[in-house]
Unconditional design. Structure first.
Length: 277
């Protein structure tokens, strides 16, 4: 059975635990919410699913009840006894470690393709998503719950006020969309912000065939001065001939360029023999 608010509260008390603000811990305590996440993630019996930040196992339980083959990666070793109490009877494999430092190959070796389904810690949600897109190609689908502003940035397209560096990085590797909102009232403790569910699907190949480090260097440079026109924010990096070759207006601002335009600009800079400083 999935965990209710009372179940989560009693479990924490029984193990002498308090959610860690430093680790961004807000535990889901609503059966309807975790079942909704599982449904939106398209989990079917036998599906290999990795969960980062399972906490005390609310979402983990729903994933296991749907028949998924679940690996739960938890950083906080203090939570492990409570988590094991909940998920060990369900056959869930628990791995203690940092998702940003973990050697993922042995963790995911039992299946070639995995889905990530997770309520990610607020303080590192963006970092985890981008790291897994960069470094763990075996994870080809994600359904993540993150702070609303974070989710909107991950899924934003050009021209949106939320569009920025994370948006371009996600678009390079995947497509993304916000598929639902989650009220603060379903968490223990209750955060002061709203959450959203974001579905991310990895592309068969990256959106542009360029040096990704060079592309992201241009993006970071431009968005570091996002109110300036590109000819100013990228001065010394991109000259007028490169803008012309890429078909990018030098008086454009960074939020106006999609990943294809950033790719074209990267190619033009490389072809012109003007490496970034």
């Amino acid at each position: 059975m999935t965990l209710t608010r009372r179940d989560v509260t009693e479990l924490l008390e029984r193990h002498g635990l308090s959610p860690s603000r430093a680790l961004g811990q807000n535990f889901v305590a609503d059966p309807n919410t975790v079942r909704r996440i599982v449904r939106l993630a398209g989990v079917v019996p036998g599906a290999p699913v990795v969960e980062v930040g399972p906490g005390v196992g609310s979402l983990t339980t729903a994933l296991a009840e749907a028949g998924a083959d679940v690996v739960a990666v938890e950083l906080d070793r203090h939570l492990l006894p409570a988590l094991d109490e909940v998920v060990a009877p369900l056959g869930v494999r628990v791995v203690q470690g940092d998702a940003l430092e973990l050697d993922w190959a042995p963790v995911l070796e039992s299946h070639p393709r995995w889905s990530l389904v997770a309520n990610l810690p607020y303080n590192v949600g963006t970092t985890i998503v981008l790291h897994l897109l960069d470094e763990v190609p075996a994870i080809d689908r994600m359904l993540v719950m993150v702070q609303r502003e974070v989710g909107e940035r991950l899924a934003a397209g050009p021209g949106s006020g939320a569009y920025g560096i994370p948006s371009v990085k996600v678009a390079l590797w995947a497509t993304a969309e916000v598929v639902g909102r989650v009220p603060a009232t379903v968490f223990v403790p209750q955060p002061r912000v709203e959450s959203v569910l974001v579905r991310i699907t990895r592309r068969p190949t990256p959106a542009v065939d360029v040096d990704h480090d060079e592309l992201m260097a241009l993006v970071r440079r431009a968005f570091g001065q996002r109110r300036k026109m590109l000819r100013r924010s990228l001065a010394g990096w991109v000259d007028e001939s490169a803008f012309a070759a890429a078909g990018v207006a030098p008086d454009a601002r960074p939020e106006q360029l999609g990943v294809a335009e950033w790719g074209a600009l990267t190619v033009a800079v490389a072809a012109g023999g003007h490496p970034r400083p």
